[in-house]
Each structure stands twice: as structure tokens, then as C-alpha cells.
Ligand binder design. Structure first.
Ligand SMILES: C[S@@+](CC[C@H](N)C(=O)[O-])C[C@H]1O[C@@H](n2cnc3c(N)ncnc32)[C@H](O)[C@@H]1O
Length: 364
């Protein structure tokens, strides 16, 4: 679908009511879907956006958001139940869970994605019509269904008149002590030029990240698991075990090809952590403390995801690990958010010249 010139002008004149703070400075607003424990939301706040609405249907995630930011407007609701008409914001963001589309023989436009959580994200973008949107997902989305899922998503979002870019970013490149890859899909209305953040070039090690980490609860290993992991050195894994114990610990996986790299892993002080999952004791994705033979605690998890120490998590230990493990690392979110804020703050002259250049391409 071609973009009408009147649509392009939305970016300049603005249909979004302009919000100002107490000293008259323009407030840039954001709505977030699938907000979880607030990793992305907090990063965007640190970058200069004001979160005006956050939606999640998980009780503990909503409690976490309210506990830390009593002033945030949190809707603990299924996103499909929200009527977006009447909502306005400069930015819409959301880490929509990745689902397959049944696309046999279909063109796969917006309506064909109905019933998926991507549809809900796209519906919000279509109805709120933010200047910029940020979609976030696991890096595997790029390869899902041989790339077709991502192509369909990008096509749908482009059909709403957005310039859409995507890139896999590794958190470790943005001050996060963790190797964690996430794909960001960023759309801009004509007149807004966004570019992905440049890597900082500085590695933050686990040693640095866990310095003076406050005490907190954590899960425990069974006696049998503890005895195995005691034999693994920092940075090591099941390959460091004697062969009889490798066979015992890995079971059938010992004889299979891949898929066991994460087993019996002990983290290293001098590297970034491996990707955190929703539970540190899962056998396939073990994350044992470098010195002590135990899973990482909740607060160690939070440090590695770059949540500040005063960010509290609601629920029992399992719910806390899950919320933290699901989050976008705060510093990665901030790096992307700063680029979004920079794009929103471009001067009217720059935006007008961009619109002119982009319109020339459309009508050439
Ligand atoms: C990957 S987590 C989001 C993490 C979040 N972006 C962060 O940085 O902390 C996905 C979230 O989507 C929420 N979710 C899944 N289905 C939902 C639905 N139908 N409506 C609202 N939230 C939903 C889950 O409860 C979960 O918190």
C-alpha cells in the first residue's frame, strides 16, 4: 500500500495532543504491550520517554510494575480486550510472543494474522498510530519458518505507512554483562529517521556486574546435581566431567548430536553471563555461580539483566526468576530508547526535508 501524503504530514503537525511538563518541556509518551516486569519500560523511561500505559495479563508482572512505579497506568488485562481508539502516544512498544501463522496459500495481510499476539501489537500500532514503534522478540524470529514469519510481520507494518527496519542486537554490546540476542523491529512514520545504537565497545564482566550484589533468595540444586557441578570449573561445562559422569548426567543427550551445550554450565567471572532463561536450574540451560555450587540468586539475575538493585519483583522465587528472565535488559532498552528519543527530537526543518525526500521516492 502506498502512503498518502496526508499521512506523512502527521509526523510534522502531529495529531497526538502535545503533553508538556511543569516547566513547559515537551513530554514524549509511550504505550507498552506485554510489559512484563518492566525491563523495556524502565530502559525507555531512562532514555527520556514517559510510560503512559502498560499492559500485561500476568498478575505478578503487573504487581511488579505497580510496586516500583505507583504512578504508572498498568492494565492487568489480555491485550486483545483493549480498545485502542482514543489512546495516543509518540511510541508504541512491545515484545509480542512469537507464534506461527497458518499461511498456506494466503497472502497474509493484517487480517490474516488475526488470533496471534503479533496481530494485537499491529492492531495497537494501526489504531494509536505512534510516530515510532518498537517491536522486540527472540533473535530466532529472523529464521522462523525460513524467514517468512518476519517478512509477513514487516509487510503488515509497512502497509500501515511505516518505514520498517529490523536488527538483531546482542546485549553484551550495550553495557549488559550477558550474551543475549534480541531482534528489534522499529517502524517510523515518514519524517522520522531512526538508526540502531552503535556498540559501546566495552565488555562488562560478571565480576563487575556482581560486585557487592545484595543477598536475596534463590533456588537450590538437588544433592546429586550439586555433586556433579562441583566437578565443573568456572567457564566449564559437562565436557569437563569424567566420561562415566557425562553419560550419567546427560543421559540420552550424551549420544545425540547438538543441543547440550548448556548442560552443567558454570559461569566464568571474566566473561559476560550466558543468556539467562526463566529459571537458572533448567538442566539444558544451567547457569551455576562461578565459585559457589548453586544457581544464581534472584538479585544476581536482576544485576545481569541490568535492573537497578531497588527494582523489586513481586511473587514467589519462581515468578521472580521468570519475570527477570523474560525481560529486555534495561541497558539494551535504554540504548534503543535513546535513538528513538533522538529521532523524535529532530528539528521540524530536518523532518520536513526528510518527508520531502521520502515523498519524492514514493512519487518518483
Ligand atoms: C517476554 S515477556 C515481556 C518482557 C518485557 N518486555 C520486559 O522487558 O520486562 C512477555 C509478556 O507478555 C505477557 N503476555 C502474554 N500474552 C499476553 C496477552 N494476551 N495479553 C497481555 N500480556 C500478555 C506475559 O505475561 C509476559 O509478561
Amino acid at each position: 500500500m502506498e502512503t498518502a501524503f496526508s499521512d506523512m504530514l502527521i509526523g510534522v503537525g502531529g495529531v497526538t495532543p502535545i503533553k508538556v511538563d511543569s516547566v513547559g518541556k515537551r513530554v514524549l509518551t509511550s504505550i507498552e504491550l506485554f510489559a512484563g516486569a518492566g525491563g523495556l519500560a524502565l530502559g525507555l523511561e531512562e532514555a527520556g520517554l514517559e510510560n503512559t500505559l502498560l499492559v500485561d495479563n500476568d498478575k505478578w508482572s503487573c504487581e511488579t510494575l505497580k510496586l516500583n512505579r505507583p504512578n504508572w497506568n498498568v492494565e492487568c488485562e489480555d491485550v486483545s480486550k483493549i480498545d485502542w481508539k482514543g489512546y495516543k502516544a509518540d511510541v508504541v512498544s512491545g515484545g509480542f510472543p512469537c507464534q506461527s501463522f497458518s499461511h498456506a496459500g494466503k497472502r497474509m495481510g493484517f487480517e490474516d494474522t488475526r488470533g496471534t499476539l503479533f496481530f494485537e501489537f499491529a492492531r495497537c500500532v494501526k489504531e494509536v498510530r505512534p510516530k515510532i514503534f518498537i517491536g522486540e522478540n527472540v533473535s530466532g524470529l529472523a529464521l522462523h519458518d525460513k524467514g517468512k514469519t518476519l517478512r509477513i510481520m514487516v509487510g503488515v507494518l509497512r502497509s500501515f505507512g511505516y518505514n520498517v527496519q529490523y536488527k538483531v542486537l546482542n546485549s553484551v554490546d550495550y553495557g549488559v554483562p550477558q550474551k543475549r540476542k534480541r531482534i528489534f523491529i522499529v517502524g517510523t512514520l515518514p519524517g522520522f529517521a531512526f538508526s540502531f545504537p552503535e556498540p559501546t565497545g566495552r565488555l562488562v564482566t560478571l565480576r563487575e556486574a556482581l560486585k557487592n550484589v545484595p543477598n536475596s533468595p534463590g533456588s537450590e540444586y538437588s544433592e546429586a546435581r550439586r555433586k556433579i557441578l562441583e566437578l565443573v570449573p568456572p567457564g566449564g561445562s559437562w565436557v569437563d566431567l569424567p566420561e562415566d559422569l557425562q553419560k550419567k548426567h546427560l543421559g540420552k543427550s550424551f549420544y545425540s548430536g547438538g543441543g547440550k551445550r548448556g548442560m552443567a554450565r558454570r559461569l566464568s567471572w571474566d566473561e559476560a553471563s550466558l543468556t539467562l532463561t526463566t529459571s537458572p536450574g533448567q538442566k539444558q540451560t544451567e547457569r551455576c555461580h562461578p565459585d559457589e555450587t548453586r544457581p544464581l540468586t534472584v538479585r544476581e539475575y536482576a544485576r545481569i539483566q541490568t535492573f537497578p538493585d531497588d527494582w523489586e519483583f513481586a511473587g514467589g522465587v519462581g515468578a521472580q526468576y521468570r519475570q527477570i528472565g523474560n525481560a529486555v535488559p534495561v541497558k539494551l532498552a535504554k540504548a534503543v530508547g535513546k535513538q528513538v528519543v533522538a529521532a523524535l527530537q529532530q528539528t521540524t526543518e530536518k523532518r520536513a526535508s526528510l518527508i520531502y525526500a521520502q515523498a519524492s521516492e514514493v512519487y518518483a
